[in-house]
Design a protein around this ligand. Structure first.
Ligand code: ZN
Ligand code: ZN
Length: 418
C-alpha cells in the first residue's frame, strides 16, 4: 500500500520549484500569448502544477486545463475492477486531446509518481491495460510524435518516487535528494536558468550540425556484448535540444535533455547489442537485455530479468521489433555522473546512448513536417504503437560513423565524443 504522503512538499526548495515552472513555460513550451495549455500531472505534483499555471497565465495563456491522476486511484483499479476493465481506456478523452492539439493547444506533462507503482500487480492485467491505452491514445500520440504542437515534459519529486530511487533513506531525505537531482538535471539550480538553457541548446546544436553535415549511412557500435550496425533512414536529420514544432514554435520537449537523436532505417539494423542499464517499463524492471537484429528485425531477445514482459512488448505489433530512434549521450553527462537510476526514461535515457523500439519521430527527417506516412515508411521510418528507449551506452562503447563510400569516422571513443 502507499501511505498517504506526509508534508514532504515543505522540503522542496520553493525558489527552484518556481524556476522549474518558469523554465517549463518559457523554455520547454515557449507558450505563446493566447495559446491554450493542456496539462497532465499526478496530484502529488500540485505545488509545481499551480506554479506552472501561474507562469502560463502570466505568459498570456488562453485557457489552462489540468487533468490529474493519483496512485491510490490507479491501484484501486488493478485490485478491485472487474476483468473487462483491463481492455478499456478513455478513448473519448484522447480524442478530445487530439482535437485540442489540432486547435493548437500546447501540451505539458508533469511526471512525479513512482514509475514502479504497478510492479506488484498482475502483469497480464498491466499489459492488457497498457495495450488498450496505447491503442486509444494513438490519435493524440500521432500529433505529439509528429510534433504538430509545442509540448514538454518536466518532473516533480513525488515522495513515493523518491522512496523508490533512494530506498535506504528516510522519506524526507529521499525527497530532498530527488529534488536536488531533478533541479540540477533540469538546470534550474543556478541564478539564471533561461540563459543556462540557451547555452546548453547551442552546445547540442553544434553536435547536430556536425552530424547532419556528415550524412552518415550507418553507425557502428562496439563494446562488451555489442557489435551493432544501425543503418540510418534515408533523409534522416539529427535533432537535439530546442527544435521547431510544426506550429512554428521553437520548444524543448524534454526537460532535462542531453541527447542528440535521429531515425534508424527500420530494415537496416544488424548485429547484437546488450543493454547497459535496467529498463523500467510500466512497473517491471527489465535488466541485462541482449538482442540480435537481422535486417532491422529483432530475431532473438533475452533478458536476465523481465524477459517475459520484454517478449510481450516485442509482440505488440510488427514495428515493436524494429528501431525508431538512435540517440547519442556522452558517458560524462550530468545525469550519468549522478549515478542515480531514476526508473524513469525522461532521466535515464539522458544518462546513456540509447535506442528505442517502435515508433519513429517524423521531425527526424529532412522536411519531415511535410512527409506523408507512406513516404516516411519508404525512407525507412518505423511505425508502431510503442516507443521504448533502452540504454546501450557506457564508458566502454565506441561508435564509428560510416559514410556512403564505406569510409569510417570516429564518433564516440570510450563513451565520449571523439
Ligand atoms: Zn531518446
Ligand atoms: Zn525516445
Amino acid at each position: 500500500m502507499t501511505s498517504y504522503p506526509q508534508n514532504t512538499a515543505a522540503i522542496i526548495d520553493p525558489v527552484k520549484l518556481d524556476r522549474l515552472a518558469e523554465v517549463a513555460i518559457k523554455v520547454g513550451l515557449r507558450l505563446q500569448p493566447g495559446q491554450d495549455l493542456l496539462l497532465t500531472a499526478p496530484v502529488v505534483a500540485l505545488p509545481l502544477v499551480r506554479r506552472i499555471a501561474r507562469h502560463a497565465y502570466e505568459a498570456g495563456a488562453g485557457l489552462v486545463t489540468p487533468i490529474l491522476s493519483d496512485e491510490e486511484i490507479t491501484l484501486s483499479r488493478f485490485r478491485l475492477a472487474g476483468d473487462v476493465s483491463f481492455d478499456r481506456a478513455p478513448a473519448w478523452l484522447y480524442e478530445g486531446m487530439a482535437k485540442a492539439f489540432s486547435a493548437n493547444t500546447a501540451r505539458l506533462a508533469v511526471v512525479g509518481d513512482n514509475p514502479m507503482l504497478l510492479s506488484g500487480e498482475d502483469p497480464a492485467k498491466v499489459s492488457r491495460a497498457n495495450k488498450a491505452n496505447s491503442v486509444a491514445y494513438q490519435p493524440a500520440l500521432e500529433k505529439i510524435a509528429g510534433f504538430d504542437i509545442n509540448w514538454n515534459i518536466v518532473a516533480y519529486p513525488g515522495a513515493s518516487w523518491a522512496r523508490q530511487v533512494f530506498p535506504d533513506d528516510e522519506e524526507s531525505v529521499a525527497v530532498a535528494k530527488l529534488a536536488d537531482a531533478i533541479f540540477s538535471a533540469s538546470r534550474v539550480d543556478g541564478e539564471d536558468p533561461i540563459s543556462a538553457w540557451a547555452a546548453h541548446n547551442a552546445a547540442l546544436h553544434r553536435r547536430t550540425e556536425w552530424l547532419n553535415g556528415e550524412r552518415f549511412q550507418a553507425l557502428h557500435f562496439t563494446g562488451p556484448g555489442t557489435d551493432l550496425t544501425v543503418g540510418l533512414a534515408d533523409g534522416h536529420q539529427w535533432q537535439g535540444g530546442a527544435s521547431t514544432a510544426n506550429n512554428g514554435i521553437v520548444c524543448n520537449p524534454n526537460i532535462p535533455t542531453e541527447e542528440v537523436f535521429t531515425t534508424p532505417h527500420a530494415l537496416r539494423v544488424d548485429g547484437y547489442v546488450a543493454s547497459t542499464k535496467p529498463l523500467s517499463y510500466q512497473g517491471t524492471l527489465i535488466d541485462q537485455i541482449a538482442v540480435r537484429f537481422e535486417a532491422g528485425r529483432i530475431v532473438e531477445a533475452r533478458a536476465a530479468r523481465g524477459e517475459e514482459v520484454l517478449n510481450k512488448v516485442l509482440d505488440t505489433d510488427e514495428g515493436a521489433r524494429r528501431l525508431g530512434e538512435v540517440a547519442l549521450v556522452p558517458h560524462s553527462s550530468p545525469i550519468s555522473k549522478s549515478g542515480i537510476l531514476f526508473f524513469n526514461t525522461l532521466f535515464d535515457e539522458n544518462a546513456s546512448c540509447h535506442v528505442a523500439l517502435g515508433q519513429c519521430y517524423s521531425k527526424c527527417f529532412v522536411g519531415g513536417d511535410k512527409l506523408q506516412p507512406g513516404e516516411i515508411t519508404a525512407q525507412g521510418g518505423n511505425k508502431s504503437l510503442i516507443h521504448i528507449d533502452w540504454m546501450i551506452g557506457s564508458n566502454a562503447i565506441d561508435i564509428d560513423g560510416i559514410r556512403a563510400d564505406g569510409s569510417r569516422v570516429p564518433v564516440f571513443r570510450q563513451g565520449e565524443w571523439a
